[in-house]
Structures are given as structure tokens and as C-alpha cells.
Ligand binder design. Structure first.
Ligand SMILES: Nc1nc2c(c(=O)[nH]1)N[C@H]1C(S)=C(S)[C@@H](COP(=O)(O)OP(=O)(O)OC[C@H]3O[C@@H](n4cnc5c(=O)[nH]c(N)nc54)[C@H](O)[C@@H]3O)O[C@H]1N2
Ligand SMILES: Nc1nc2c(c(=O)[nH]1)N[C@H]1C(S)=C(S)[C@@H](COP(=O)(O)OP(=O)(O)OC[C@H]3O[C@@H](n4cnc5c(=O)[nH]c(N)nc54)[C@H](O)[C@@H]3O)O[C@H]1N2
Ligand SMILES: [Mo]
Length: 755
């Protein structure tokens, strides 16, 4: 374990990612947590066709050949954290009161090992106590049955849950009678789903790995793949080697976008790196919509100047609606406004447009949280689509849209029906197959759930994984909200802060993780996941579970459902979970694209789900791809205030903190820091490492965090960055994106004071 009191070290940020340091760092981590034998065994199984899907990110595995080490530094760390040989037992909870545990850091919580037995915190108790599984299910079932309405309960999902667990879980919620199925996606790529659905008729990306390798130009917006999707760097390297160009749009200079040394190649082990981004556009926070508007404007101006058609008119005519209206709004957006909002120069736009129009216009745009967690996220994503529609860069090889998902099965969970606004056809499909009445009223998303707990409308909160308290905005507000409930129950692998802020009664139910062997009544089981590119694959854990008292997620859901609802002719909960083929068989009847699921999933490497836009078929309301016509919007702050974005360090997986370093940004031993523009620091007379109080401002209210050290960093004036989850206190619960209701974790108005 690292010493949390060690002094902070600050070095120059790195100019490339991975290489030998990545290998050393991951090996150190896995051996120290999981031990050499267990650790090596786990590593060799990650992302192999008969092994388990890496629990870290949703970047796809190669379709054809896979290296024996198809994982990355951060995948190895995620596995080490799960495959640890340390265990939390009864003694742990006897020893530590809730109050003591609350005083420890997130890093410390993760270091305590795997949860191994169900425990309960009864009203007034100071310590969690062991409980049997049967008792635990009975307590939850009694509580659920006693509610005035099923809508007084919510069922949260984090994106590691398998397709099988997720399908059972949403079925349970709906048979019970509610659509209250908030999930981590609400805080993550919900804006992508909303934007893409309206524009092209599917809430998912349209490219495969081959497209990434073949593209002429890949634009990466608001994403830090060096840390969060390291295996993507190998795909980008292939694109560059094939003559493609990478363009980064990011306020911060991120090492992983600058260059990559492939750790599985000899050259990479000697730290010889391939330069990646040939253009690095340091956009102002929230300036991305202006960038894509600017590309469209440049294209129209070039057409006028040269008298030649540049847009793909036949694609526009055959496949889209709204072109003329879009053209009008682009014409009426001034360059002054575009340059102001984006922070770029005309020369930068010129070069960028050259690249978008280069060669065969095989353009792919990738994006992640820098785009989705903004007030105007949905319009920004739709503006990205607008540019792709202009040049027909969708539904052909080497071109398309690529929202890069976070959690390894967050996309699959949504496909399985984890959605508070489930479409009508899915309800009908469930009803026809299972013969029950599925409730139609939309359920609560994450933000609405927090608000409903606050106003007393939501009384029971059940979480299939995740760390709701730390992942949610407005930490203090969310904490009070959770405390107002009558029951909180977490199905989890590792201890986290959400387990320590409970309703009247709190329960923790320990479950198997991806790397664990899963044996049920009918023998050894596997689960399935869907990656960011719509490939469904099997995943089979191989490690012996540390304790016999953990249950699998499908079995926990099944027993909970059985205790609450009982079995019927059409739904035999426990029987389903005794053999996951039975769950998959149900899925094949309910969810489109899963016909013969049990058969096709045995294909090595899995199978692709249907994706209509890839075939230029648009399942939108209009049956066309829709141009979106929205005025530019910008996030303005009062003079002297800054815009803060919250981001991930290199040593964390969301709220799980593996270590205290952010290697590529040059930071060691610190998380309570704020990156600032050097000129902004000078203007405010702030010295490096000086301690600051940060106040966020929202509709006349303020929120405060203290003791954050100032770090000068290369980013546009007026912007700032701090780590998630420490800075979540500052994110106002009702500051959310239009339409998707995603918290605006990448744009918060702040002021600074020295302490
Ligand atoms: N190791 C590791 N892997 C992970 C995760 C993890 O925590 N650790 N988390 C997983 C999950 S759930 C997700 S969703 C993904 C997250 O993957 P990312 O989206 O890469 O995660 P963030 O750290 O939030 O990074 C956002 C990036 O957006 C940039 N940014 C901020 N504001 C703006 C803006 O206004 N415009 C632009 N263009 N850029 C901006 C930031 O500088 C940063 O580089 O990663 C997944 N993979
Ligand atoms: N300010 C700010 N807030 C953010 C973000 C941001 O960028 N800035 N990002 C948002 C994003 S993109 C996301 S996805 C959310 C993440 O929100 P969550 O998904 O809720 O959070 P995680 O940190 O991924 O959850 C980690 C916990 O999941 C449990 N867990 C791990 N593996 C398993 C498993 O296999 N099964 C079960 N049952 N439990 C498991 C462990 O107990 C672990 O402590 O946070 C969001 N919050
Ligand atoms: Mo995410």
C-alpha cells in the first residue's frame, strides 16, 4: 500500500504513453495485490477467447488474432483489484465501526480486499453484522412488499453487470412494477444515446476495429485513451501506420494522444514511440460544438470559393432530412462566435478542415466524457453527426461515429433493458414472452432518484454494483438523500463509501466478479458482455472464489426476485440462474439480434449485433438521418470565475482508487489537487502547490471544498481540472445536460481563494 501522507511530487507531464513503465507498473500492482500465481493466472485469461472479458473498459478485442497479453496496464490494475487475495471477513466489521470506516479514504477501502459474506447494518447499530443469505433476501423482500407503490423502490446498475444479470434484474424490476432503473450510463454516455438516437436511429456507434485501422482521419474529442482505453492506442497506432491521421481535441495535453510505445512490441519495450495526434486542438472547455460548426462553415465556404461540390449531395438527398435548415443556421453562425466559443484560430480551422476532407473522407469521430458531461452535450453530439452527414462519413468502410464507452458492459446492460425510459416495443416483447403487464410510466434516472430520495418519494435503493454516492454529483446532497431511505442494499465485490452511508437498514451482498469461477446447479457457467462496438462475447472466470459465501449476480437477483415475487409458470427465477443458458434462451426471444444466442455465443470471438446505420438504414422517426438545427450554446461564467472539469487520474477506475499517481500528468502521491492555467495563477497570485479553497457557483447557491493544491498545467486560460470523485461535492445535482439529464461534470463554474 502506498503511504497516503507521503509528500506530493510533481514532474513534467509525459509526451507519450505506455512502453516499459506501463508494464512495470501493472506487474508491480498485480503481484502485490493478487500474488504471483493467482495474478499471473488472471492476467493470462484476460480477453482471451475462452477467458474473461477485461472488467476495465469497453474497447473491443481484435476479431482475429489475439496476443497472449491482450490487456493493458489499467486492465491489469482492474483485475488485480478484483483478483486480490485479501478478504474482508466478519472480524473486519467487528473491528471497524461505520464511523471509523467513513474516516478512511477511498484508496484505503479498496485495499481491504474482497467482500466475502453478506452483512447488515440495523437501525441504530454502529457495526455491520453477518447475516445469512436467506435472512437478507427476506428483509429486502418484506421491505419491497410493504411499500405503498413499486415506484418507491429504485434498482441501480453499474456497467460491469453481465447481460445475464442485467436481463434478470430489469425483468425483476418490471414484474415487481417499476421502471426505476437508474444506471451509471445516466452519468456517462446517456447524451450519446439521446443524440445518436435522434440523429441516426440507434444509440450506439457505427464503426468496427477494422474501420479504425482503415480511416483517413480520426478525430478524438474529450477522451483520454492513454489512461481510460489504453488498448485503443494500439488501434490508433495501426491507423497511423496505414497512413491515417489522428486529431486530438482536448483542453489538456494528454500523453496518450501525443504518442504511444506499444508494450507488446520490442520497439515499444525500448520506449520507441509512434507519434499519434498530428494536430492537437486545445479547445476551451465546452467549445466542441463550435468546432464542428466551424468545420461545416469551412466546408460551405470552400464550396462557394471554388464553385465545386464538396458535400456528398447524393448521400444528403437519399439519406437525410433537414439539410437546408442546417445550412441556414451554419451560414448565420459568425466566425467571431465560433472562434470565441472554441478558442481556436482560423488557421487551425483551415488545417482541421483539410484533414476532414483529405483522401476519401474516411473520417471517424471518437468521443467520451469531455463531450457527454456538458449542458449542450446532446447538441454537440448531433453537431458531430451533422458534419459526418455532410460528407457521407457514415455507413461506409473507414468512416463513422464512435462514442467510446466506459464500463465493460454498460452498452450491453442497456441492450438488455436497463433503461428507465424503455421503448414501447421492448415492453411488448417482454409481455408477450413472459405474460405479465410491464409498467409504462418512465422511471427515475440517477439525478431524479437522488431528488426522489430527498423528497421522500423513494424509500428502497438497491444497487447491482457501483458506488452510487461517490459517482453521483453533489456528494453531500446525495449523502443526505441516501440517509433518508428506509433500506439501501449493495450487491458488490469491494467495499466502497456507498456502503457506509445507508438507509435505516443497510445491506451488503458479496458477489462473484468477472475473474471468479462461477459454478451453479447445472455446472460451470459463463456470462456474456457487449463491447463498445456491438460485439457480444462470452466471458468465463477461472479463479477459485476466495469465499464460498459469495453468490453470482444472476443468482442474487434470482433469489431476491423469488423471495419478493415467487415463481410463476413463465418465470422460474432460481431455475433460470441455475443454468445461464436458460437466461440466454429467454433473451433470445425478447431482445432483437439475439436469435440462437446460446449457439452463436460459442463462436470464438462472439458475434456482432445488427447495426442499421452501418447499412445506411435509419430507424429514426423520419426513417432518415436527421440534421439537427440548434443554435450554438456556450457555458459562460462570471468575470474572474473559472470553468472546472472533473476527470480521472491514471491510477483509478472511476471511484476505485488503485494508487496515488497520475503518471502521465507527472503527479505522484496526491489526489487533492487542481490543475490551473499558469497565467490564471499569476493573475490571482497563486503559487504552485499553494492550498486553495474551491467554491462552485450555481443559481445563487455555493458548494465548497478545501485544501486543494494548485498545479500549473498546459490548458486554456479560464479552465481548471480536478479529480473525480473528490471534486463531486462541487457538481450541483440539478446542473445537468439538456435532454439526457447527465450531470455536467465537465463544466462547473468555480472561484478560488487561497487558504
Ligand atoms: N483506467 C481507467 N479506465 C477507465 C475508467 C477509469 O476510471 N480508469 N473509467 C471508464 C469509464 S466508466 C469511462 S466513461 C471512460 C472515461 O473515459 P474518458 O472520457 O477519457 O475519461 P475522463 O477522465 O473523464 O476524461 C475526459 C477527457 O475529456 C477532456 N475534456 C474535459 N472537458 C472537455 C471539453 O470541454 N472538451 C473536450 N474536447 N475535452 C474535454 C479531459 O481533459 C479528459 O482528457 O473510461 C473508462 N475506462
Ligand atoms: N464528477 C464526475 N462524476 C462522475 C464522472 C466524472 O467524470 N466526473 N464519471 C461518471 C461515469 S462516466 C460513470 S460510468 C460513473 C461510475 O459510477 P459507478 O459505476 O457507480 O462506479 P464505479 O466506481 O465504477 O463502481 C465501483 C464499485 O463497483 C463494485 N463492483 C466492481 N466490480 C463489480 C462486479 O463485477 N459486480 C458488482 N456487483 N459490483 C462490482 C465495487 O464494489 C466497486 O467499489 O461515475 C460518474 N461520475
Ligand atoms: Mo462511464
Amino acid at each position: 500500500m502506498q503511504n497516503e501522507n507521503a509528500p506530493i511530487k510533481v514532474k513534467k507531464p509525459k509526451k507519450w504513453a505506455a512502453g516499459r513503465p506501463a508494464v512495470t507498473s501493472s506487474m508491480k500492482q498485480i503481484i502485490s495485490t493478487a500474488g504471483l500465481v493467482r495474478g499471473t493466472k488472471a492476467l493470462l485469461e484476460i480477453n482471451q477467447k475462452d477467458g474473461f472479458d477485461c472488467p476495465s473498459c469497453a474497447w473491443p478485442d481484435p476479431d482475429d488474432h489475439r496476443a497472449a497479453t491482450e490487456f493493458c496496464e489499467n486492465g491489469a490494475k482492474a483485475v488485480a483489484s478484483e483478483a486480490t487475495s485479501k478478504m474482508i471477513d466478519d472480524r473486519f466489521f467487528r473491528q471497524h465501526s461505520i464511523e471509523e470506516l467513513q474516516a478512511e479514504s477511498d484508496y484505503w477501502h479498496d485495499q481491504q480486499g474482497r467482500l466475502s459474506k453478506p452483512v447488515i447494518l440495523r437501525e441504530g447499530d454502529t457495526h455491520y453484522q453477518p447475516i445469512t443469505w436467506d435472512e437478507a433476501f427476506k428483509i429486502i423482500a418484506d421491505e419491497l412488499k410493504a411499500l405503498n407503490s413499486p415506484d418507491e423502490a429504485a434498482f441501480y446498475t453499474s456497467g460491469r453487470a453481465s447481460n445475464e444479470a442485467a436481463f434478470m434484474y430489469q425483468l425483476f424490476a418490471r414484474v415487481y412494477g417499476t421502471n426505476n432503473l437508474p444506471d451509471c450510463s445516466n452519468m456517462c454516455h446517456e447524451s450519446s444515446g439521446s443524440g445518436l438516437g435522434a440523429s441516426i436511429g440507434i444509440g450506439k456507434g457505427t464503426v468496427s476495429l477494422d474501420d479504425i485501422h482503415d480511416a483517413d482521419t480520426i478525430i478524438i474529442v474529450g477522451q483520454n485513451p492513454g489512461t481510460n482505453h489504453p488498448r485503443m492506442l494500439a488501434s490508433l497506432e495501426t491507423c497511423v501506420e496505414n497512413g491515417g491521421e489522428i486529431i486530438a481535441i482536448n483542453p489538456l495535453k494528454e500523453a496518450g494522444l501525443l504518442g504511444f510505445a506499444h508494450p507488446q512490441k520490442i520497439s515499444g519495450m525500448f520506449n520507441k514511440f509512434t507519434p499519434l495526434a498530428s494536430q492537437y486542438l486545445q479547445v476551451k472547455i465546452n467549445g466542441d460544438m463550435a468546432i464542428f460548426r466551424g468545420i461545416a462553415k469551412s466546408i460551405f465556404e470552400r464550396e462557394e470559393k471554388t464553385g465545386k461540390k464538396i458535400v456528398d449531395q447524393s448521400f444528403i438527398d437519399d439519406h437525410t432530412l433537414g439539410f437546408l435548415e442546417y445550412r441556414t443556421i451554419v451560414d448565420s453562425t459568425s466566425w467571431g462566435r465560433i472562434l470565441d466559443d472554441s478558442g481556436l484560430t482560423l488557421a487551425e480551422f483551415d488545417k482541421l478542415t483539410d484533414s476532414v476532407l483529405a483522401k476519401d473522407k474516411k473520417v471517424i469521430t471518437c468521443w467520451a466524457m469531455g463531450v457527454t458531461q456538458q449542458k449542450n452535450a446532446v447538441d454537440t453530439i448531433r453537431e458531430i453527426v451533422n458534419v459526418h452527414l455532410l460528407i457521407g462519413a457514415i455507413g461506409r468502410p473507414g468512416a463513422g461515429l464512435c462514442p467510446v464507452r466506459g464500463h465493460s458492459n454498460v452498452q450491453g446492460d442497456r441492450t438488455m433493458g436497463i433503461f428507465e425510459k424503455l421503448p414501447e416495443w421492448f415492453h411488448v416483447s417482454l409481455e408477450n414472452h413472459f405474460k405479465f403487464e410491464s409498467p409504462r410510466e418512465h422511471g427515475y434516472d440517477v439525478v431524479e432518484s437522488i431528488q426522489a430520495m430527498q423528497n421522500g418519494a423513494l424509500k428502497v435503493f438497491i444497487a447491482l454494483g457501483g458506488n452510487f454516492l461517490q459517482a453521483s454529483p453533489d456528494t453531500n446532497y446525495t449523502e443526505y438523500a441516501l440517509e433518508k431511505t428506509s433500506l439501501t442494499c449493495h450487491i458488490a465485490t469491494k467495499l466502497n463509501r456507498s456502503h457506509l452511508v445507508t438507509g435505516k437498514t443497510g445491506l451488503i451482498l458479496p458477489c462473484l466478479g468477472r475473474s471468479d469461477r462461477d459454478i451453479q446447479e447445472e455446472g460451470e457457467q459463463f456470462i456474456t458482455c457487449e463491447n463498445s462496438m456491438g460485439v457480444v462475447q462470452k466471458s468465463q472466470g477461472k479463479l477459485k472464489p476466495l469465499s464460498n459465501d459469495m453468490l453470482s449476480e444472476p443468482m442474487i437477483v434470482a433469489r431476491l426476485a423469488e423471495a419478493t415475487l415467487g415463481n410463476t409458470d413463465t418465470i422460474k427465477w432460481r431455475w433460470m440462474a441455475e443454468d445461464y443458458n436458460r437466461i440466454r434462451d429467454h433473451i433470445s426471444h425478447v431482445v432483437p439480434g439475439f436469435k440462437e444466442f446460446n449457439h452463436r455465443v460459442l463462436e470464438p470471438g462472439g458475434f456482432y449485433l445488427p447495426n442499421a446505420p452501418k447499412e445506411r438504414i435509419w430507424n429514426t422517426d423520419t426513417k432518415k438521418a436527421n440534421f439537427n438545427t440548434a443554435p450554438l450554446s456556450a457555458f459562460n461564467v462570471e468575470k474572474g470565475n473559472l470553468i472546472l472539469q472533473t476527470l480521472r487520474s491514471h491510477d483509478q477506475y472511476n471511484t476505485t482508487i488503485y494508487g496515488l499517481d497520475d503518471r502521465y500528468r507527472g503527479i505522484s502521491n496526491a489526489r487533492m489537487i487542481i490543475f490551473l492555467n499558469p497565467d490564471d495563477m499569476r493573475d490571482r497570485n497563486i503559487k504552485p502547490l499553494q492550498l486553495l479553497r474551491i467554491t462552485s457557483h450555481w443559481k445563487g447557491t455555493t458548494r465548497v471544498i478545501e485544501n486543494f493544491k494548485a498545479i500549473p498545467y498546459d490548458m486554456p486560460a479560464g479552465s481548471a481540472a480536478a479529480y473525480f470523485p473528490e471534486a463531486n461535492v462541487l457538481v450541483p445535482v440539478d446542473s445537468t445536460a439538456d435532454i439526457s439529464n447527465t450531470p455536467t461534470s465537465k463544466a462547473i463554474e468555480i472561484s478560488l481563494d487561497t487558504m
